[in-house]
Design a protein around this ligand. Structure first.
Ligand code: FAD
Ligand code: FES
Ligand code: FES
Length: 1351
């Protein structure tokens, strides 16, 4: 026998694998490095993106191909490159996005072509991951079903698009696409084939010979995925096949880590005996997280995946199945289905449930690598599978050299404590034995998570029952995950049920017993004590109904407790817009649905982001961050950090000029000097030769700190009377128009007899841009700095750098190429990164870069402001709104940042679309020990409008009024004035409302919903209409300006630079369209390279939705100047071409570059004295209709259908605008339903990555999704009659919230007789939905948890 510790005794000591068909041989890499880092840093294949480094976003998806050890056949599967250790790809072939198609090489893969043509990318950061997820599916299944496509995208998140176009592109590959895809809604538009309304020429929307289109993209012209194309795909490398790499043992040593990959089972056991503390790596999905975020030491790793014995699977006659732990969860899934098929359903009740549960276990890329062994050994109390194994009485096979094989049941003795099992250090988990089900037995498993797909459970329950012939309980096993520090059997309840007859009486016994046995203390880790207990009981109830229904002993169909039964898998989606006017020149691109200018390159990974720039000799910074939220920093000890190889030095408050702080109000310290004001606050930065070295060193810095009690919530701050700015107010009576006479009206509430008063809370929201914040600084001669940053507000970065480093602005250039999503989160935060990086660059004379890990980004940077909205309103006998008092309380975090602007926008949206009598609106900006909350799409507007819509609903319920009628009689009419003094011109709220009501068939469907709710006890539906109005413009006068620089070169090509950043919203594409129209040249002649402070100075942040409005005007202005200069040459040579005129102008020494300038309307409101003004130039209007279904027993929900009608004037580009509407809607949907920021009472942020913070996934997007642009709307206040679109649709996401609330209300009324108004704060999480469905399963009120606070 060879010495297993001796590396020389292994077949190979060199890491060999293939990437995109090329051989890679590596002798010099840290085995702990992930494949993602290797691809990006070593191979410079930057198409594979990193969005989270924890397997939760899918940006890093690649395809792995290998020879399966057990079958010898080639296998392809998708995987997260960020979880895959580089040594894990020994002998395998990796395909990245670069391997399948390229714009530069003139060949897009059909997946890439269809995705780009369907407008399926915006910022493009998620796009390569989506492409590779789909590619991996097609390599295995060239003709997939919609179901398979849905499953293949389970692990991929997109924050921009709203998923509809991605699904549309990918469903075009589905063999069953015809059944799922509808290209039009004829009932809306009558003559769908013609693409026009049934009224034909007489249609009111057909003005100017414009026709309605019902679909943005037609993919029929895209290349088919033919057999020939399939045959051209990269083949599995012959070398790997010929030399049987899968059978070769491999060992590797580098960076103090030894990697052992034996092929013989006995070697594995020996290794584990001699190295008992070496970690076994199966899928590495758990270990990768420990390595990345806990910096664990890993001196020795054993990878058992090449050992044939661990892949063994077989039927054990009359017992069950035996499955080796080398199988991935996807292998297990396939095997379960095979066994069910061969053995019949009767014996396979447990396998069926394992198969069902696996669908909800992580995403497919994780399941393709993760193992059962890893799941069991990790012993997570919220494991999805362990409760199943326990209830099923599954057994595991352990093996070790010393003790031999041991078979143990997974029962109450197996899990010893939190993440602890009976498995000894020298033992390996060899296999699992899962039993067949007996004839009279029943098995079910349920999981409830915050988000349905790719989310860890809140509670999982599994139930096994054996009844005798008299229906007496012979055996009952009930087990739960999420109810204790370990997976727990409900032993007492099981005992109670044994021997009892299975009838209605047993239910009461079980529920009472579970209530006692599963009770959780209010400070239980994870929080949600009551909800979790309710779930435990509700799950049992579901099981009871299922069994009883099968036995025919209760009258309730168990199907009534399962939501989503009749939800289609396909997509029914229309995008209604107007074609350009007849006669518009073909080369004039304005108004046409042109695809994103970088769309193709997004799909191939050739679109470059900051982190893709290769910088030789670059230093990397990592922050030392505060581990507490409030206290004092006494001292810092860097000694351990400085001992690490590659660490160059550190900077802290001592490197910053005294008193210099960041922010418009100069109140944000660059580094903590003494007072710590939030958890995650930068205290210092380590700089090193490598990002990971810097991070590791930063984790070793020792801090001496004293803790103080933090202020976390709005209530805390109000009590402590602590605010970041003085209070604001608006008094409509101070206006001298129909709202008032210039004198403050003091409302006498006593004169009214119909008053509604209440309060509602709305949580914050993480931006979750897929590309985290990053910045790169190059030092140049004479104090010059070149700064590349992923940021929306380069002017602020410019100013802050100059201020903090005492360098004049003219020596600093700040540039942006593109941003992988911003949503406001990159508006004011740039300097937090840029200033420390610049300090290091100046100190060392080397380029310096800082890149935030997702985990740190979410701690350091702020979020959308959480709000509490207090209201009081009087109505007359007809329901007309009279006086209103409305107070916005915002949780601003530790400094002002943009809170004043956010508060102002919340206040000026507190009317939403309704005319009030007198309105007094107040704003209080609370200071708390949280990171500084900041801009987020909507900028306070959604918070204000949420308060208003809640108030209106409250009125309707309190006085039993029809909510829609109530709203209609209070809508603004043309020309009416808002409380803040703006007169509404072209007020299209009624038009969008009415059109949406008709398009969505709201009135008919409302009746259908009522009928459905009568017929279903535990599933309820809700349908709702929500209108919105959004004012366009910055709140600060000086920000409402933009510049542009247009340069024509002698070859006729045109370079446009403007003040806006491209972050996915398609701004560059629109600006190209504007320039092409203005100069009357084909769009291909115009190019935009980047945005930079040396091209356009003093640029406002790309925010407030006005990017196209302001920059469009500036580009137009510059082009007009150039047109004037070229006019003489056109006249002199009317037959000439553009190039001729340009050339002649050059010869005649006429300048071919011009700067343009644009401003938009603004009048300041005086928020200190409460007097309004014509603040905005115009408003955008829209209405959404949403229908949902909820599971009243668990709080789960499905968004069934969404219809939106949006007034955005004459769209510059319907594809981009509809993309913005869909994306904003889904982001708003996340805000109001599933995105929940959790903070511990001591101010520690708990939600710091995709594992804990859930944004909507593709599965959440409604499969019936219609968006219509209001026709016949124009707008003289913006370029070419268009309107802004980025932020206005976001609030429409609240329509889902209100529809959910309607469904809860139906349950309360119909099942519980509760008619009175109830408060449901936002977001409507599964917990809130379940708790709103107050019933007998719930015990007591929903309490504030001592463990976690939602902000
Ligand atoms: C993005 C993501 C989503 C997730 N979603 C879910 C979810 O929905 N539900 C859920 O339950 N879990 C989920 N998990 C956690 C899940 O438990 C694990 O990721 C997975 O099952 C672990 O398997 P692995 O093979 O990757 O383990 P590894 O990371 O390889 O190992 C984990 C531990 O098990 C030990 N181990 C591995 N193999 C053996 C063996 N043969 N014998 C003894 N010890 C062994 C390792 O030494 C290590 O300590 C998720 C994880 C991620 C990253
Ligand atoms: S970066 Fe790998 S999943 Fe997010
Ligand atoms: S396009 Fe998907 S995250 Fe931006």
């Amino acid at each position: 026998m060879h010495d297993v510790l001796e590396l020389e005794s292994y077949d190979s000591k060199i890491l060999v694998f293939y990437v995109n068909g090329k051989r890679v041989e590596e002798k010099d890499v840290d085995p702990k490095m992930t494949l993602a880092t290797y691809l990006r840093d070593k191979l410079k294949l930057t198409g594979t993106k990193i969005g989270c480094n924890e397997g939760g976003c899918g940006a890093c998806t690649v395809m792995i191909s290998q020879i399966a050890v057990e079958t010898g056949k080639i296998q392809h599967f998708s995987a997260n490159a960020c979880l895959m250790p580089i040594c894990g790809v020994y002998g395998k072939a990796v395909t990245t996005v670069e391997g399948i198609g390229s714009v530069a090489k003139g060949r897009l893969h059909p997946i890439q072509e269809r995705l780009a043509n369907a407008h399926g990318s915006q910022c493009g950061f998620c796009t390569p991951g989506f492409v590779m997820a789909m590619y991996s599916l097609l390599r295995n299944t060239p003709n997939p079903t919609i179901k398979q496509i849905n499953e293949s995208l389970q692990g991929n998140l997109c924050r921009c698009t709203g998923y509809r176009p991605i699904l549309e592109a990918f469903y075009s590959f589905a063999i069953d696409q015809e059944s799922g895809m509808v290209n039009a809604t004829p009932e809306i538009n009558g003559n769908a084939e013609e693409g026009a309304c049934g009224m034909g020429e007489n249609c009111c929307k057909n003005e100017g010979n414009r026709k309605q289109k019902l679909k943005l993209s037609d993919l029929s012209s895209c290349a088919d995925y033919t057999k020939e194309l399939q045959a051209q795909e990269l083949i599995f490398p012959a070398e790997l096949k010929l030399h049987n790499f899968e059978k070769q043992s491999f060992a590797y040593e580098h960076c103090h880590t030894k990697w052992y990959q034996p092929t013989k089972y006995e070697d594995l056991l020996t290794l584990k005996r001699v190295l008992p503390h070496a970690r076994l790596i199966s899928g590495n999905s758990e270990l990768a997280i420990e390595l990345k975020f806990r910096f664990i030491d890993l001196p020795a790793v054993i990878n058992p995946r090449q050992i044939a014995e661990l892949h063994e699977k077989r039927i054990l006659e009359n017992v069950g199945v035996y499955m080796g732990t080398g199988m991935s969860l996807s292998d297990i899934d396939r095997y379960m289905l095979e066994v069910i098929e061969n053995q019949g359903k009767e014996k396979c009740g447990i396998f069926e449930k394992v198969h069902e549960m696996l669908h909800w276990f992580a995403g497919i890329h994780v399941r393709n690598v993760a193992s059962i062994a890893g799941n069991i050994a990790t012993a997570s109390p919220i494991s999805d599978l362990n409760p199943i194994w326990m209830a099923a009485n599954a057994k595991i096979v352990l093996d070790s050299d010393a003790r031999g094989e041991q078979i143990l049941p997974i029962d109450q003795n197996f899990f010893l404590g939190y993440r602890k099992t009976v498995i000894e250090a020298d033992q390996i988990l060899k296999a699992i034995i899962v039993p067949f089900t007996k004839p009279n037995s029943y098995f079910e498993a349920y999981k409830q998570a915050q988000r349905r797909e790719d989310d860890i459970a809140i509670v999982t329950g599994a139930f096994y029952l054996e009844l005798d012939k008299e229906n007496i309980v012979d055996v009952c096993r009930i087990s739960y995950g999420g109810m204790a520090p370990v997976t727990k059997l409900a032993l007492k309840t099981m005992e109670q049920l044994k021997g009892k007859k299975w009838d209605k009486r047993i239910l009461e016994v079980a529920l009472n017993s579970l209530n006692d046995e599963m009770k959780l203390p209010s400070n239980v880790p994870g929080g949600m004590a009551q909800y979790r207990l309710t779930l435990a009981k509700s799950f049992f109830y579901k099981f009871f109904l299922k069994v009883s229904n099968d036995l025919g002993i209760v009258g309730i169909d168990s199907h009534q407790t399962r939501i989503g039964l009749d939800i289609p898998e396909g997509l029914i989606a229309t995008q209604v817009y107007q074609e350009v006017k007849e006669g518009q020149k073909i080369e004039d691109p304005v108004g046409r649905p042109i695809k994103h200018v970088s769309g193709d390159r997004h799909t191939t990974g050739e679109a470059l982001y900051l982190d893709d720039i290769q910088v030789p000799d670059c230093l990397h910074l990592a922050y030392v961050m505060s581990p507490i939220s409030c206290g004092t920093l006494n001292s810092i000890d860097y000694s351990k950090a400085l001992e690490i190889d590659g660490v160059i030095g550190y900077i802290d408050a001592n490197d910053v000029a005294k008193g210099v702080k960041l922010g418009h109000h100069s109140d944000t310290p660059i580094f903590v000097a003494d007072k710590i004001t939030y958890h995650g606050q930068p205290i210092a930065a380590i700089y090193a030769t490598d990002h990971e070295i810097a991070r590791k060193a930063a984790s070793l810095v020792k801090l001496d700190i004293s803790r103080e009690t933090p202020i976390v919530t709005i209530e805390d701050a109000l009590k402590a009377d602590t605010f970041v700015a003085p209070h604001f107010k608006i008094h409509s009576s101070l206006l001298e128009n129909e709202n008032g006479n210039g004198e403050r009206k003091i409302v006498d509430w006593k004169i009214y007899n119909r008053i509604t008063e209440g309060s509602i809370e709305m949580g914050g929201q993480e931006h979750f841009y897929l590309e985290t914040q990053q910045c790169l600084v190059y030092p140049n001669e004479n104090d010059e700095l070149e700064v590349i940053i992923s940021n929306q507000g380069i002017n602020d970065v410019h100013i802050e750098l100059a201020k903090c480093l005492s360098i004049p602005q003219h020596k600093i250039v700040v540039k942006v190429k593109r941003i992988g999503g911003g949503f406001g989160g990159k508006e004011s935060t740039g300097a937090i990164l840029a200033v420390p990086a610049a300090i290091v660059a100046r100190k060392t004379g080397k380029p310096a870069k800082i890149k935030l890990e997702r985990f740190d980004d979410m701690a350091i940077t702020g979020t959308r402001h959480p709000f509490r909205l207090d209201y009081k309103v009087a109505i007359d006998e007809n329901g007309k709104f009279l006086d209103m008092e409305f107070t916005c309380n915002a949780n601003c975090g530790h400094t002002v940042d943009l809170s004043m602007g956010v508060m102002q926008r919340a206040m000026v949206h507190a009317d939403n679309v309704y005319k009030f009598g007198n309105a007094d609106i107040y704003g209080r900006m609370c200071r708390t020990n949280l990171s500084s909350n900041t801009a987020f799409r909507g900028f306070g507007g959604p918070q204000g409008m949420f308060g208003t819509e809640t108030m209106v609903k409250h009125i309707a319920e309190q006085f039993d009024l029809d909510i829609d009628h109530l709203r209609e009689i209070n809508f603004y009419d043309e020309g009416e004035c808002t409380p803040f003094g703006m007169h509404l011109r072209q007020c299209n709220v009624r038009r969008t409302w009415e059109e949406c009501r008709v398009n969505s068939e709201y009135d008919k469907r409302k009746k259908d919903v009522e009928k459905y709710n009568k017929e279903n006890k535990y599933r309820k539906r809700g349908i709702y209409l929500t209108p919105t109005k959004f004012g366009i413009g910055f709140g600060l006068k000086q920000l409402n300006q933009a510049g542009a620089l247009v340069m024509i070169y002698t070859d006729g090509s045109v370079l446009v630079s403007h003040a806006g950043m491209e972050m996915g919203q398609g701004l560059h594409t629109k600006m190209l369209q504007v320039a092409a129209r203005c100069l009357q040249i084909p769009i291909e002649k115009v190019h935009i390279n980047n945005s930079a402070t040396d091209k356009v100075p003093n640029a406002s942040a790309t925010a407030a939705s006005v990017g196209s409005d302001m920059n469009g005007l500036a580009v137009q202005n510059a082009c007009e100047q150039l047109n004037q200069r070229l006019e003489q040459f056109k006249k002199a040579n009317p037959e000439g071409k553009w190039e001729d005129w340009v050339r002649q102008a050059y010869v005649d020494r006429v300048s071919l570059s011009a700067t343009g300038f644009g401003i938009i309307h603004h009048e300041p409101v005086d928020f200190f004295n409460g007097k309004g003004a014509e603040l905005f130039g115009y408003c955008v209007y829209g209405t959404a209709c949403c229908e949902v279904e909820i599971d009243c027993l668990t709080g789960d929900h499905h968004l069934l259908r969404t219809d939106i009608v949006m007034d955005i004037g004459e769209s510059l580009n319907p594809a981009i605008d509809i993309g913005q509407i869909e994306g904003a809607f889904i982001q708003g949907y996340g805000l109001f339903t599933m995105e929940e920021i959790k903070i511990r009472p001591d101010g520690i942020r708990l939600t710091r990555g995709p594992g804990t913070y859930k944004i909507p996934s593709a599965d959440d997007a409604p499969r019936h999704f219609n968006v219509s642009l209001l026709s016949g709307s124009s707008n003289k206040m913006a370029i070419f009659s268009s309107k802004a679109v980025g932020e206005p649709p976001l609030f429409l996401g609240s329509c889902v919230f209100f529809a959910i609330r309607e469904a809860c209300r139906a349950y309360r009324i119909e099942e519980l007789g509760k008619h009175e108004y109830f408060v449901m704060n936002s977001p409507a999480t599964a917990e809130r939905i379940r708790m709103a469905c107050e019933d007998g399963f719930l015990t007591g009120e929903m309490q504030k948890s001592d463990w976690t606070i939602t902000v």
